[in-house]
Every structure is written in C-alpha cells, then in structure tokens.
Design a protein around this ligand. Sequence first.
Ligand code: AMP
Length: 171
Amino acid sequence: MTQKAWLGLGGNIGDVRAALAVALRNLSAHQAIKVTGVSPLYKTPPWGVEDQPWFFNCCAEVVTKLAPEDLLFACQEQERLGKRERIQRWGPRTIDIDILVYESLEQFDPGLTLPHPRMLERAFVLVPLADIAPKLQIHNRTTKKWARESDQKGLEVVDTTNDWWRNTDAA
Ligand code: AMP
C-alpha cells in the first residue's frame, strides 16, 4: 500500500540549495519513495541571532510504501549525508528534514509526532506546503488558510520553478 506524505526541508550552512536538491534527488531514487511534487525554493532572513546566513526552505510531496518511522529514517539518512563536513571549498553544510504530515495519521509519539507539532507556527513551512498542497487539511483547516494567517515577514521566493531541485548541481 502506498501513502502520501509531505516533508519540510531547510538549512542555512554552506550551499543549501545544492544540499536540498541532492537530498530530494536521493530520496526520489529510494526504491520505496517517489517525490511527486516540490515547492518553489524560499529563503528567510535569520531571526534572533542575526549574524548567521539566510535560511533556505522548501516542501516536498512524496508517495511511499514506507511506514512513517521508516520514512523518517530515510530522511535522517539524508540529513546525515548533508551534514557531513567537507574539508574542501564550501565547508560544512547542514540540512534538516521533517515529516510534516503523513496521510490520515495523527500520533503523539515523542520520536515522531504527526502532524509536525511546530509546523503551524512557521510561515517558511506553511507557505511552501500550501504551494504544493493547498487543500490539505491540518487540524480541520486547509494549509492555504494556515499559510494566509501566518507571519510571512521576510519570506522571499528564490526560485519559482518546481523542478529547481532537478536542475541544481551538487556543490
Ligand atoms: P530536530 O533536530 O529539531 O529536527 O529534531 C529531530 C528529532 O525530532 C528527531 O530525532 C525525531 O525523532 C523528532 N521528531 C518528532 N516528530 C518529528 C517529525 N514529525 N518529523 C521529524 N522529526 C520528528
């Protein structure tokens, strides 16, 4: 049986656009995961501690045969690859991949809470998610409505094409 799920990806160290693109391509090459949609790429200025790089964010829709825990494992594998320190030119890179929603599933396991407990406070998650799944309901409201009501200050689109992740070279 296959299920749909939505992922939130982001990072702010190194060539994040390249790291996100590679992570998405690796996920789509997984035999039990198909990436069926990727949002435009966004960036947001750092908040709080301001002397750090901008954040890049996007969301992806996947169809998968994996149970939620196994999908999380596959995402964490990409985080590990993306976090690997490189002594060359572009330095370390950090990416974070969360499962935002796993179709029809609500659970409160501390190791995996679904829908993701902090996503509703974050415009940088809600806006790209609403781009690819505007009618998806989270706690009885569409992502489009959640996104419209979120604080979008500073959120900028970097690339509006939905296949930027296929066309971005690895760093
Ligand atoms: P962070 O480093 O802040 O992204 O936190 C990652 C940890 O949060 C992971 O080790 C997961 O066990 C846990 N977690 C709980 N719910 C989720 C979720 N929906 N997606 C990703 N990680 C989750």
